[in-house]
Design a protein around this ligand. Structure first.
Ligand code: 5GP
Ligand code: MN
Length: 337
């Protein structure tokens, strides 16, 4: 292989690799509203496990978005609606280590007598419920960890698995824009292109097949922008429309535009979901720790990109978040402290 894995596996990683070698029937799952990293890492791991002669099911709490159809040609992505899980001896949770982010499916997986493996790059705060873990919080994407696993196991990624790793990397790095884009990320991306991944074709698949309403919805949501604290904080609210399908608008599309404002340091995207629940996506351009902010609201993630699912009415949630951000900036009510 042209790109060598930088390190030998540590002892935790070696045990995780042993479990992947020894298991025979695998259930792969991920977090609610699975994103490109989650879905891409699952495609990559499924391909890798099939190459090892294993049986694999991918079962998520929610369906995948149509922008990732190209990964579903080789993989069946099921969404769990209750009932029995397939007979399996190992379950693998990807792009998430907290069962609270897996919904009802998390409880079913926990109750099953399978061995549990976590493959993830998030800061973990809840108890350790798994048997084995392959975790590196410095990795730009979970798919990158699956790439490392393939290298450790000496497995060549098939085209769909390679597209899966690439999908993970580009969706979690904002197509190489964010600060998690490191040398390994670019080396692996280069290796994937050398193996035939078509970067511009995948960009077209993910970002250029949207409905004609998309620009209008984006404009409408952006029109809700509120600035605070000398325009260091920007907040966008995507309100739920009665009778309309929940907004498919990608939070990062709107957040990218708000982040382009020079004075902005932190951006918050609030999406009103059914049942008095608000989904927060928070992004930081510099030292402001949005993981700490999201954790105050029961969420988490990374220092520069985090999220939370918050009970409450959207205007009230917005007020509470702005107040928490004020404290995060070290400001008092009167302005600079
Ligand atoms: P996004 O805003 O794109 O949904 O998520 C950004 C980051 O925050 C991701 O790393 C994601 O895993 C994490 N995140 C998003 N929503 C939640 C949540 O409700 N709880 C926790 N713990 N993390 C979240
Ligand atoms: Mn991720």
């Amino acid at each position: 292989m042209s790109t060598q894995t930088e390190q030998r596996p540590n002892s935790d990683e070696s045990s995780a690799l042993d479990l992947l070698r020894s298991g025979s029937r695998f259930v792969l799952s991920g977090h609610v509203r699975p994103d490109g990293d989650c879905i891409g890492a699952q495609a990559a791991l499924a391909g890798l496990l099939r190459a090892l002669g294993k049986e694999v099911w991918i079962i998520n709490p929610d369906p995948i978005g149509p922008e990732f159809d190209y990964l579903a040609k080789e993989n069946q992505y099921r969404s769990w609606g209750g009932g029995d899980l397939p007979v399996h001896d190992v379950s693998v949770l990807l792009d998430c280590s907290e069962l609270s982010r897996v919904g009802e499916l998390g409880l079913a997986l926990e109750a099953h007598d399978s061995q549990k493996l976590v493959i993830d790059h998030h800061i973990h705060t809840e108890g350790e419920w798994w048997d084995e873990a392959f975790v590196d919080v410095s990795a730009s994407a979970t798919g990158l960890l699956v790439y490392r696993i393939a290298q450790h196991l000496g497995i060549e990624l098939d085209p769909c698995a390679a597209a899966g790793v690439f999908t993970s990397i580009v969706t979690d790095t904002g197509w190489f824009k964010y600060s998690n884009t490191d040398a390994e990320t670019l080396r692996v991306a280069g290796d994937l292109l050398a193996r035939g991944v078509d970067s511009s074709k995948l960009f077209g698949e993910i970002y250029q097949r949207r409905s004609s309403l998309h620009p209008l919805e984006t404009a409408e949501v952006l029109a809700s922008t509120e600035y605070h604290f000398d325009k260091r904080l920007g907040v966008i609210c995507a309100r739920r429309k009665e009778g309309a399908a929940p907004g498919a608008l990608d939070a990062d599309d709107a957040l990218d535009i708000l982040r382009s404002v020079g004075s902005i340091e932190v951006v918050l995207f609030l999406r009103e979901l059914a049942g008095g629940v608000v989904k927060l996506s928070a992004r930081s351009k510099n030292d402001f720790d949005v993981n700490a902010l999201a954790r105050q609201f029961g969420g988490g993630g990374h220092r520069k990109a985090s999220g939370a699912t918050i009970d409450g009415e959207i205007d009230d949630v917005q007020r509470r978040l702005v107040e928490a951000a004020r404290v995060g900036f070290g400001l008092t009510d009167g302005g600079l402290s």
